[in-house]
Design a protein around this ligand. Structure first.
Ligand code: ARG
Length: 393
């Protein structure tokens, strides 16, 4: 029987050399490459297609942009998702990429699922959490063989794999429509100040121009409009990346705890995410009760951990989503924000579901008889009073 493998393919050096390695070292007869479009630069997709022509037996480009937005980014917005305080990106795309690889393998009657992740990072775990839901064999040549960059470049040349300036590329970049992540090279020293050139989506905040006001509309917890113009999710995020990027919004530089425990220095850009998460959190404060907000913050943090770990098939993940979705039925309205030199500040918000009542809270209102609060005040701090006053503490 022919041993067919399907490989998650980016077109980079690592995943490219996986193709001949799968044949030479792991006995695969056929290697099918799959590049999943989650909004990375079109050039990356084309480069992967072009390279695949030389090396793989068959190549698929799968457009998963819409699914990525609807099934992964929108749930993240509803959950105010973050990991250790920063915007997640890579983590939420991996399960989707893995699922597309599995679908292709099933369609092609393959028996092997492969990825090019190393044994140090998070992505091996995220891919395999999905791959291992099947009974197919999982092969990870990069992790298995512990290769050096020099060896890889040599091997690529020997196998006629075009190495496009990869040897000079100083950092490793992972990009999708929600976030751009840069790591490796000199950035591995957390005390190294990153040069401007690592950033591509955002301009330096100090060079950003005049402030700009944007209004984001939400329906059921997801963004639906910018300044009153309805846009589908993908276009809306693209547009906010452009607007926010011009104001230098959404850069993060941090030391992150990987799942295995290694600390890593990471740099990110995510203008749309920063704007949307800021607006969403604010709108929730207007419409959810105090108890809901308190409980939901725990749910959100549990959700975020599962999302970072790539454990989207864990039943708890859908349980949490069910709770979150219920709360989001009331997260409707608009939030007005000001973008200025790297900062996003809230200017105003409104919602048909606001729990806020100007009439009740106003100093001029007579709807509430203030004397009613007197009885409440007598009992507030009751136990402390007993402790202090009657027990002489
Ligand atoms: N550390 C992040 C994560 O695991 C992003 C890693 C992205 N990879 C890269 N080559 N920049 O989610």
């Amino acid at each position: 029987m022919v041993k067919k493998a399907v490989l998650a393919y980016s077109g980079g050096l690592d995943t490219s050399i996986c193709v001949p390695l799968l044949k030479e070292k792991y006995g695969c007869d056929e290697v099918i490459t799959v590049a999943v479009d989650v909004g990375q630069p079109q050039d990356d997709i084309l480069n992967a297609e072009e390279k695949a022509k030389y090396i793989s037996d068959k190549h698929y480009t799968i457009d998963a942009k819409e699914e990525f937005v609807d099934q992964y980014i929108f749930p993240l917005i509803k959950a105010n998702g973050d990991y250790e305080g920063y915007v997640m990106g890579t983590s939420i795309a991996r399960p989707l990429i893995a699922k597309k690889v599995v679908e292709t393998a099933k369609k092609e009657g393959a028996s092997v699922l492969a990825h090019g992740c190393t044994g140090k990072g998070n992505d091996q775990l995220r891919f395999e959490a999905v791959f291992r839901l099947t009974n197919m064999e999982v092969i990870a040549p990069m992790r298995d063989m512990n290769l050096t960059r020099e060896w890889e470049i040599e091997y690529a040349k020997k196998n006629n794999i075009p190495v496009i300036a990869t040897s000079e590329k100083p950092w490793s970049v992972d990009e999708n429509i929600w976030s751009r992540s840069v790591e490796g090279g000199l950035l591995e020293d957390p005390n190294y100040v990153p040069p401007e050139e690592i950033y591509e989506w955002t301009q330096a905040p100090e060079n950003a121009g005049e402030s700009q006001i944007v209004e984001i509309g939400f329906e059921n917890g997801v963004p639906i409009s910018i300044d009153g113009n309805r846009l589908d999710g993908y276009k809306l995020i693209l547009e906010l990346n452009k607007i926010g990027g011009a104001h230098g919004i959404g850069r993060s530089d941090l030391v992150e705890d990987r799942i295995l425990g290694l600390k890593a220095r990471e740099n990110y850009e995510h203008p749309a995410a920063t704007i949307l998460l800021t607006a969403h959190r604010d709108l929730e404060k207007l419409v959810l009760t105090r108890s809901e907000l308190k409980f939901k913050s725990m749910v959100d943090s549990q959700w975020s951990e599962l999302a970072y770990y790539g454990l989207v098939d864990e039943p708890l993940y859908s349980d949490l989503n069910a709770f979150i979705d219920k709360t989001q039925e009331r997260v409707n309205g608009t939030v007005k924000l000001k973008l200025y030199k790297g900062n996003v500040s809230i200017l105003a918000r409104t919602s048909p579901n606001a729990l806020y009542s100007q009439e009740l809270v106003s100093f001029d209102s007579e709807t509430i008889d203030q004397k009613d609060a007197e009885g409440y005040s007598k009992y507030h701090g009751f136990q402390a009073r007993v402790y202090k006053k009657f027990l002489g503490n």
